[in-house]
Write a protein that binds this ligand. Sequence first.
Ligand code: F6P
Length: 554
Amino acid sequence: MSYYQQAFDVTSLPSWRALQEHRLAMQNFHMREAFLSDPGRFDEFSTSSCGLFLDYSKNLITPETRDLLVNLAREAGVEQAARAMFDGEPVNASERRPALHTALRRPVGDSLLIDGHNIMRDVHAALAQMTDIVGRIHNKLWRGYSDRAITDVVNIGIGGSYLGPELVSEALLPYTQHGVRCHYLANIDGSEFHELTARLNAETTLFIISSKTFGTLETLKNAQAARTWYLASGGSEERLYRHFIAVTSNIPAAIEFGIREKNIFPMWDWVGGRYSLWSAIGLPTALAIGMANFKDLLSGAYAMDCHFRREPFENNMPVLLAMLGVWYGNFWGAQSHAILPYDHYLRNFVKHLQQMDMESNGKSVRQDGSPVSCETGPVIWGGVGCNGQHAYHQLLHQGTLLIPADFIVPVVSHNPVADHHQWLYANCLSQSQALMLGKSREEAEAELRAKGLPEAEVKRLAPHKVIPGNRPSNTLVMETLNPSRLGALIALYEHKVFVQGVIWGINSFDQWGVELGKELGKNVYGRLTSYEAPPAEDSSTQGLIDYFRGRHRG
Ligand code: F6P
């Protein structure tokens, strides 16, 4: 029986109980002392692969902790689960589908049979189709209705059909080619549409309607609005095909919208939306950075796939990150995880990870429908450093919550300005150091005395200056952020999320929770726009409907 068919309770595994006991033994563990007593701690707890260097020495762990966490991963069947995922078994059990985003980055020549069909042919045919359109747009062979070349591409899509491509095209801005500008239109908020189109010229704008289902409300509404805008701006129905293309698995719906079949790029139900940036959903990215860079992105991710499959768990980056997350979430009561990239180009990384992690592991039943018996996915939050230091880092340092953090920083900047990058890197390191070291009462008092403050002032101020320290973090370092390292970085987190899902026994590839809001949204819309509709189920919702209708009466 495959792992996704089993209803095992992870908390009953011997390795889980061993970790519970170990947690008690670690109650008084202090990283500051651990670093003092072991000069080799950094070497012991750091590793590198695929152009990424991971320092995980600033964690509440000993070698024994790592052994126990790795034992848990083994006992929970992570290896078998990974094999099932890579081989295309229906690991998304509730939807009876495989989750084969890893196939999207496998090299030419590989084959992978799903229901007797070699999907690698489809993957590489789609890449060829992408190469063709990217070439035609870059070489100005694809022209708009007035025969002018395309300068701006607008991706209309939301969730996975937006966050991944946006992350990649922003992160790889230094690799932009042929001056094609990428824009993203996701929200149904008319202000977003207005602000974007005000900056565009319909003659030179290409819209990509990116929707796996071609049924997502926000995307379809924006697509209709874009079409109306194009026609109102002088575009013709006959040449609409030059301005609207689609990426979808719902070909009839795209044709119905008016897209020519040969301008529809494929998506497949074996790729989850939040894992789809590697497919034709990444077309806006490919248009921005060119196919060679896009393929480098894929090969970076593929390198991480190989690392994840082959490397022993003790040295396996996704497994280590995942099990550290389990350690804090399930044994130390951490409820959130901060992602702190010290790189302007990674400023959208948190947004992408929020969907990747929280839509995947925000679950409370196991694969077989039985309730979980432990906490599952944490809240993922954060933002780009140093900005966060002047905002929410205060809570990381002195708040009452334990919040593990991942610092991510390149050692080389794309844009050196004086000594800015040295300062940026210094800030990144000093934040993780401060979280770990903290400041004791004695140190705080000594510091105040050294400033010549009277003893009463020293006593008054010292408690406010104490920083508990012992707060865990990982640091991921790389050379300049390039396509292949970015691919490896994103794939690292995909596999981290996967491993955690396996530990908790949940399905990381469905997202039923988002459906109720969509259904209720239709009901509320009906009540906002029609007086015939029956009242809402609750007085709060009805009161707010009345408030809106009061403003829009007549
Ligand atoms: O509502 C959630 C969701 O289904 C995501 O999982 C998905 O990435 C997003 O909507 C967009 O879906 P689609 O690509 O089908 O428009």
